[in-house]
Design a protein around this ligand. Sequence first.
Ligand SMILES: [Zn+2]
Length: 256
Amino acid sequence: MQLANVVGPIPPALSSLFPGVKPTLELFPGSENWSHAHQDVGFVTERHNWQGGKAPQYNMCCPKYFANFRTNLRGGKFSVVHIATECATFSTAPGDLYRTMDDPLGKHHGLVNDRPHVRLKTQQATLYGENSLVAFEDADSGGSIVTLEQPLGTRLLALPKASRIQQRLNDGTLFLFKTSYCRFGKPFRGTRIILTNTKEYASLQRPCRCKAKHKTILAFHATKTTAANSYPRPLCRLWAKVSHDIVVSKRNMKHG
Ligand SMILES: [Zn+2]
């Protein structure tokens, strides 16, 4: 596979086409590959982890700050919002350790009840997960292009807070695309789902079609291993190109 063919030519920088285009926001950025790729096509980028880091106004666990952040999202402060909620306790890779589809909150399961530190970790992840879903809906209502990424089989979308999103997937006003890291040069499958309000991201849909076996990566290691956890760069380049084209066509529609 020629990776160059996946991405194609780099489009002209957005900033030169449209000065004043709104920034992108990456929540839970990890490697920041997504933001770097968006920067490369001319977006101004912002990125924050759940604690906010140097920007406490993005602390998604503090009710006061989160309320303010939601106001910004609903006000359409960002052109594109990408949410990569930490997947460890929502992933199916550790089996039923934390949650099941029938018990997505993990109230009755395995180690969660037996070990206080596991219970705390799970409850905390539930809060980030729920607030990520809230942020997704707020960004959508503010008119932003929005995506949320999780591993295939995630229990995040089984949370009670995801019921409106599930309804909209059924209605066809939200979309779910499947893509695998092996299609972008990684030695393991790494299938992810991308929830979005923008159907043009269908070009990211590239599920695994390998005949050969992949290397496997345990979820526990995946949370710690940069190579396993970070988005493949070619995927990010394609993603940024699609974001760029969506913003350009939205802009042309408005002014055309
Ligand atoms: Zn594959």
